[in-house]
Design a protein around this ligand. Sequence first.
Ligand code: PEP
Ligand code: MG
Length: 885
Amino acid sequence: MCARTKYIYRFAEGDASMKSLLGGKGANLAQMMQLGLPVPPGFIISTEACNRFLENPNALMEEIWQGVQSHLRELEKETGKRFDGEGTPLLVSVRSGAAISMPGMMDTVLNLGLNDQSVQRLADVASDERFAYDSYRRFIQMFSDVVLGIDAEEFDFLITQKKRELQLDFDYQMPAGAWKELIEKFKTIVKSNTGSPFPMDPWDQLYKAIEAVFNSWNTQRAYTYRNINKIPHDLGTAVNIVSMVFGNLGNDCGTGVCFTRNPSTGEPKLYGEFLINAQGEDVVAGIRNPEDIQQLSDEMPEVARELTQTAQQLESYYKDVQDIEFTVERGKLYLLQTRNAKRTARAAVRIAVDMLDEGVLRGAEAVHRVTPTQVEQLLHKQVDPDADITVLAKGLPASPGAAVGKVVFDPDDAKNQGEAEEQIILVRPETTPDDIHGLFASQGVLTSRGGMTSHAAVVARGLGKPCVSGCDALEIDLKNERFTVGETVVKKGETITIDGTEGTVMLGEVPLVQPSFDEDFRKLLREADKVARLQVWANADTPDDAAKARDFGAVGIGLCRTEHMFMAQERLPVVQRMIMADRKEDRITHLNELEAMQTEDFTGIFRAMEGFPVTVRLLDPPLHEFLPDEVELREELHSLENDSSADAETKRNELQKKLDNVLTLQEANPMLGFRGCRLGIIYPEIYEMQVRAVMTAACTLHKEGRKVIPDIMLPLIGTREEMRRLREAVEETVKTVLQEQRITDLTYLIGTMIEVPRAALVASELAEFASFFSFGTNDLTQTTFGYSRDDAEGKFLAEYVRQHVLDNNPFHSLDVSGVGRLMQIAVEEGRQTRKDIQLGICGEHGGDPDSITFCHQLGLDYVSCSPFRVPVARLAAAQAAAEPA
Ligand code: PEP
Ligand code: MG
């Protein structure tokens, strides 16, 4: 007989290591129980059950139902309450909880077990009719929304009407009688929507709620959230069934959310919000404005002390900042949830560094506490401190960074406009999980209600988007798509700026600037450098870029694209004359002019990179890229057709010559054409000029007593003979310059890019002449797949990814099995020929964290990426080297 799968676990049977089976919430509740902390009794139906349910709902429910009933009977014993029948009613919450936290994305039902009879018993036991009927109506509303799929607004409308009638501001002021009246009306709504009365049998309620929570794994919003956050779709959610404790029994009760450190700034101080006489949803929904957790010690000193102690205990156990939900029932503290807190990038860095200093974390652990995406967020724009700004309204600084965009009220509009690459700010009274697509598409979010832990705030922080929440000066008119602040009216489509660091809103477009790194950030990255094996170099073409790269911590330049120096406005005419020269002597004259300019460029770059290697790539693109467009030339010629002046004649001749050259240089497949080292072989004088410029600049610095490390790199090499000839030619020029300058002790390297599959396949032959390989994975991806890097992304690649023909865009994230395989061959064979060959990557993949992990595994020496990605790459290199704890 085969053993039946165990699907239900008591808290006492679990711990924090069982997250994939019990979900994060369940595993942590179990763990808190192991730690002796006050957790209300409960049990968990596993994620495995969810997956089985999604395949065959009836079979699973049949399999677990008896077990659910007997576990509930256990709860009855533990609590001394009754789920059905007489006695103090046992009410439960039925909560979702996946292995990876998906806040607010799946469903939860609270106060389950209430019906027309038990509500009265609850009122008697609590000696509080208002509380009992308030709980009952909440239950009907939630159950109707989550399980029966009835629009919540139908209920809200009646409540608002009643409050107006009684002239009340808040729900909690509503007397029992009013709730009783409303409950009857609610039941009618249910009947008219579903054709059946509201279920009065607690078992029936429970059965349906479990099904609803399982089904909520596959709602559109949960699915979208998983896609955005790259969470697998087959994890499933657990269902936590926990006996209810009440924060709304009176003024010795309350509920709140607290973080063991500030999740916005990282400040090591208890941070959070609470509400007296309320249930958890009131805090999260942002309906009443909660109080600061620091005030708790004034109102409930004992509870505040216990909470502070518990928070510390949990943080030391998990070695990470905790986000804790708690409820106080009649003065007794209960913990309803703990999880590793979501935090802003700034907070993540500060917390990692503080915990390192406190000795809680080792360097290898601390580098895993900040994600590469968070590092990117630290490069977020901020309002220019010198800008003259007028603040229109002030709310809460819910998620840092500043954003400019057109006001949009409807999340669907936001999605459409965002996809059309418009810059937009989503403005809502408050957001719900159903608005996630609109949030994702916006530059930032502004809400008139809700606190720092409201939905909009939490989601925006997770997405790294600026958010101003609780901006109550805003009167939002969703119907007419506009908001007003005093006299000012802002309509849909008008531009505003929000500053989520300050919590401010400004009219129009305010100038923004990039932030600089603070000391904590630098410290974390220094730690990362200690942990990493890969070095991080930068792709930089100008002294300014080089200086930026150094500031961001690059320890070399892996790619200096010299053609960018040819494109400058005053140089292009010289380059064009050089290209169009009929005779070699003329070409050399123009090249000499360019040499002086390039020497100056290289001197600046070497100076900025003193003591670090600078890899200069010789000219790579096809020459036609430096000439004007054919159509433009023809139009210009056409416009001069009827002009018989001498000037026009000269101009016509000039244009005709350019056109002839353009036509001669035209190619059907220029990326596979006359470019890279092929140019260097056919026009040796171009490379000779460039090598002279590099070495002359190097000699200047060397004579000043500065350390220069010039590396000369050949592009698009595919054969041994190309490599051999060009190495010989480069060496010849280098020797001549060194002799002219009378320098004997300047070391340099000559190497090649690996950009075509043939180069990887004959790497052992190339390594005879190449002292380094640098993988040019942009071209290598293009030539391995046969996808044009200029056309494929706009034509079919996005659709390929959408249809899962490819997992990723291979130009963004390295194709490990194809391009990666070629790299592996080149690494192995290159090393066989030349043991100490220097190996790096300078294609765009050098800044992509996943690709960096692969480069680490391959044993490269460095990755090279654009200066702004250097910090991300430093962290990713460290993470690749250190296993997460
Ligand atoms: C490459 O091909 O990966 C590379 C770095 O060179 P470029 O992008 O300039 O062709
Ligand atoms: Mg290339």
